[in-house]
Design a protein around this ligand. Sequence first.
Ligand code: 5GP
Ligand code: ZN
Length: 115
Amino acid sequence: MDNCIFCKIINKEIPSKIVLENEHVIAFEDLNPVAPVHILIVPKKHISDAMDLEEVTDYTYIKEVFKAIRKIATEKGISESGFRIVNNCKSDAGQTVEHIHFHLIGGKQLGKMVD
Ligand code: 5GP
Ligand code: ZN
């Protein structure tokens, strides 16, 4: 998709610190981390947000996202201490990049989500 930052990262037109990549997903360090571990897991198909998941095949990507999350959490040593998965959908949630992505956040005690 033209002008999509995450498609450009997938296509290696923009550099990123990649921690995992396979046929379905790419995972890289967030540019502005909010915790010691803050990684974005991104399907390689341009799906805008959670409401844009339509085709059955789209769910293959979500399955692969969660497989990647388990792998990365184990590698980062936070599989037992725990972590948070965040997916922002559209404006009220503060989604800034319109290519579906999942934040993997951990490595410290996280505050409660109050909003
Ligand atoms: P959202 O607010 O859409 O849920 O999350 C977008 C995330 O993408 C933000 O945490 C932001 O720091 C991150 N981000 C935006 N642009 C880039 C970029 O060019 N490279 C990387 N690595 N992260 C980015
Ligand atoms: Zn995209």
